[in-house]
Design a protein around this ligand. Structure first.
Ligand code: FAD
Ligand code: MG
Ligand code: MG
Ligand code: MG
Ligand code: MG
Length: 551
């Protein structure tokens, strides 16, 4: 509970000081937001810009709807249909938010400044650099593609992370087809050129492979009849299966569908080197082997951006992989800085770290033992502070903690149950094993942006502080509840108008009807009516006329 004194707590203190100096008009606090992706944009959309001076910095002046990026690679959806200018989003809020198209390359938490560089700008020194100071900093810069330092990847592979990547892939696919039809090419070379390799069997890699297969079989086969039989798509995955983050039934269905479609799956293979014409991989049984390829897309997961690595070193998180925050999304040991989305991981408090305090807190009569009633009285608060407890009870199919205690103590009458500290510890011993890092998804990023904006909005009109961790007593009705993620399910489009979905409660649905669910949800999730109209008309156009194959 005694987690952290800093962060937002200090925000409110600073506010009070300013107000005392100049009674009447308290100047607005300056909130600087880095990034206009899922996390940053959701934050900006929801923050009360009349109470804060909000300034947004990002090298891209638009928000991109990343779940539709794989569709852009083959022209199912046009790139302009999935982006919304950030200035449009800002203007809708009354235009009080400032935006600068620049990249932050250094964060200085000591002096509360960020160093920025603009590609398009020139200042007196001619390097486009400028400084921005902040009262609060919201870091939402996302992540970058991770190559695991595999040689040749940066030089020869495409990534699929940004809109530009998707556009490049689209051009590159068309180049391969045109190249393969040129005269004076031998059969081997044509085959190589038409070998498309996807490295990484996660949702993005799989969706791209499926999309490409559809593009080839539905559109390109007709246009390139002489070479259509030479096309080959391969997915290379280090693990034993693809789509391992999904239920086994989904990953099995996907593997079987790919087999039927003629997409080659190389599971258990790790790519160790990429050159301009061959990919070298390694397998425990078969050793090293190389295949010629025409185009490769690298999609094996995410890594940390340099600016974040540097910042982590400064604040003593140098040995970590992502920026650590507490459950209020405040960067640990760093005042007035919050981090949301893919660039951060929220570390959840462990029950076992606080077990003595929880015990003392529950033991209202100071008897040194807990009765069932004493535990039940605080259970709700405990579950809010430590969501793993609720999960644990659910997983074990227990109606409440009494069952758990009974299970740990043997068959005793409910009224007679009393636990001392050791027994209490034993009952909760395995609870913390359920603490999991949140996935790097748009869903998490958007919910965090929304949550943080609400925290700021509440902070502004009172001196109330999100002190939650210090006082469990107030947790239940406290206005600054810790962030809790609500999972709405996940889709895996598999091509041929078929999609798999895993919805909450392990509800699985696969097939054509799920594809329609996918269409309707992704249409409804668009940020504006403009992009919604564009996306839907792209889909319609594709249904009627097919995809455009011009370069
Ligand atoms: P991003 O959305 O990546 O935004 C980062 C922002 O920071 C960008 O605006 C960037 O320009 C900016 N930036 C970068 N560097 C700097 C800097 N130095 N200074 C200032 N600004 C900077 N998730 C799902 O939930 N469902 C899906 O179906 C899904 N499909 C996906 C498909 C693809 C192809 C990809 C790549 C991702 C997909 N995701 C999906 C994941 C989802 O896109 C990410 O989890 C989400 O974008 C994370 O949001 P973010 O705001 O943290 O980062
Ligand atoms: Mg963002
Ligand atoms: Mg984004
Ligand atoms: Mg995260
Ligand atoms: Mg007692």
């Amino acid at each position: 509970f005694a987690a952290s004194g800093g962060g937002l707590v200090a925000y409110a203190d600073a506010r009070a000081e300013v107000a005392a100096e100049s009674p009447g008009v308290a100047p607005k606090k300056k909130v600087v937001v880095l990034g206009t992706g899922w996390a940053g944009t959701t934050f900006v959309k929801n923050i009360d810009s009349s109470s804060y001076d909000v300034q947004v910095i990002s090298p891209r002046n638009y928000f991109a709807f990343t779940p539709l990026l794989p569709s852009v690679t083959c022209g199912t959806v046009e790139p302009r249909s999935i982006v919304e200018p950030i200035r449009k989003i800002i203007t809708k809020k009354g235009g009080e938010i400032k935006f600068w198209e620049a990249e932050c390359f250094k964060i200085d938490p000591e002096n509360k400044k960020v160093y920025c560089r603009s590609d398009i700008g020139t200042n007196l020194e001619g390097n486009g650099e400028f400084l921005v100071d902040y009262d609060y900093l919201v870091i939402a810069v996302g992540a970058r593609a991770n190559t695991f330092n595999t040689p040749g990847v940066v030089e020869h592979c495409h990534f699929l992370k940004e809109v530009e990547d998707a556009q490049k892939i689209r051009r590159s696919v068309m180049d391969c087809f045109e190249r393969a039809t040129l005269p004076d090419l031998d059969e081997e070379e044509r085959k190589r050129t038409l070998h498309f390799v996807v490295v990484g069997g996660g949702p993005t890699g799989v969706e791209f492979a499926a999309e490409l297969h559809d593009f080839v079989s539905e559109d390109l086969a007709k246009l390139y009849p002489t070479i259509q039989d030479l096309v080959k798509i391969t997915v290379i995955e280090h693990g034993e299966h693809i789509l391992t983050m999904f239920d086994k039934r989904i990953s099995k269905f996907a593997e079987e569908k790919f087999q039927r479609d003629g997409i080659e799956l190389k599971t258990g293979f790790k790519v160790v080197k990429v050159s301009d014409k061959t990919i070298t991989m390694e397998n425990a049984l078969h050793g090293e082997s190389s295949v010629p390829y025409g185009m490769a897309v690298w999609s094996t997961g995410i890594g940390t951006r340099p600016v974040i690595l540097d910042f982590m070193k400064q604040i003593g998180q140098g040995n970590r992989r992502a920026l650590a925050t507490d459950e209020w999304l405040r960067v640990r040991e760093c005042e007035n800085v919050c981090a949301i989305g893919d660039c951060a991981t929220m570390s959840q408090r462990k029950v076992m770290e606080d077990i003595m305090e929880i015990f003392r807190f529950a033991d209202k009569d100071n008897s040194g033992t807990l009765t069932v009633k004493e535990i039940q009285d605080v259970l709700e608060d405990i579950c809010i502070r430590y969501p793993q407890v609720e999960l644990y009870l659910k997983n074990k199919q227990m109606s409440d903690i009494v069952d758990l205690i009974k299970a740990s103590k043997g068959d005793v009458k409910k009224e007679a149950l009393e636990l001392n500290i050791e027994e209490f510890k034993n009952a909760l011993a395995n609870v913390d094993s359920l603490v999991k890092n949140l996935p790097a998804t748009a869903q998490v990023a958007a919910q965090q942006g929304n949550y943080l904006a609400r925290c700021f909005n509440r902070m502004k009109d009172s001196e109330e502080k999100p002190e939650g961790p210090q006082r469990i007593t107030k947790m239940g009705r406290h206005r600054f509840l810790p962030f809790s993620y609500k999972h709405f399910g996940q889709f895996a489009p598999l091509g041929g108008e078929q999609t798999a979905a895993q919805l909450p409660g392990d509800w699985i649905s696969i097939g054509h009807s799920t594809q329609w669910l996918w269409y309707s949800i992704y249409a409804s999730k668009q940020v504006s009516w403009r992009t919604r109209a564009l996306v839907i008309s792209d889909w319609t156009r594709r249904f009627i006329f097919g995809r455009d194959s011009s370069r």
